[in-house]
Design a protein around this ligand. Structure first.
Ligand SMILES: [Zn+2]
Length: 164
């Protein structure tokens, strides 16, 4: 399938959507991928390709900061979500951006708005930690954030074992 690369000048970032895990231990957003990179407040997150030996994102790889053009596309991409505190948000993406079947893979990103998904235990503490990112924070229902099927899966997983 076609892949294209383009550049966004810093003044004109793309707006896109993605999920994070909320890492209760650190109070930070963490990438949903296996690598679980931490997103620190106050600094743009920069894509890395671990083991790839090239600058991220690379069109021939899967590296880069993954994001979708809108919430509906994001829901379609992520059908199997881990249990635990989940955050959905809008990000600004800039630098080198690869456009592929699954959406965008960017070089730099910074959250613009965050929603805590569902009502996990310790809601208030989580919302306070998310507030450290300096962007508007609110909550979003599971079904709206991840779709009905994934919301049901998340509810099942939450009942059947420890979240983290
Ligand atoms: Zn790579």
């Amino acid at each position: 399938m076609p892949t294209s690369t383009f550049s966004c000048p810093p003044g004109e970032p793309l707006r896109a959507w993605r999920y994070w895990r909320f890492a209760a231990g650190t109070g930070r957003l963490a990438s949903v991928s296996q690598r679980g990179f931490t997103w620190e407040p106050g600094a743009p997150f920069r894509a890395r390709c671990v083991g790839g030996g090239h600058a991220a994102p690379d069109p021939g790889c899967s590296c880069g900061i993954h994001a979708s053009s809108d919430l509906a596309s994001l829901r379609d991409q992520a059908l199997c979500l881990a249990p635990g505190a989940l955050v959905v948000g809008e990000v600004a993406l800039w630098g080198r951006v690869v456009l592929d079947d699954h959406g965008y893979r960017g070089q730099y990103a910074s959250p613009c708005r965050l929603w805590l998904v569902g009502s996990p235990a310790g809601d208030d503490a989580t919302l306070k930690s998310l507030g450290e990112y300096g962007v508007p924070v609110s909550t979003m229902a599971d079904a709206e954030a991840v779709g009905d099927a994934s919301a049901a899966t998340r509810a099942y997983l939450a009942m059947s074992g420890p979240a983290e």
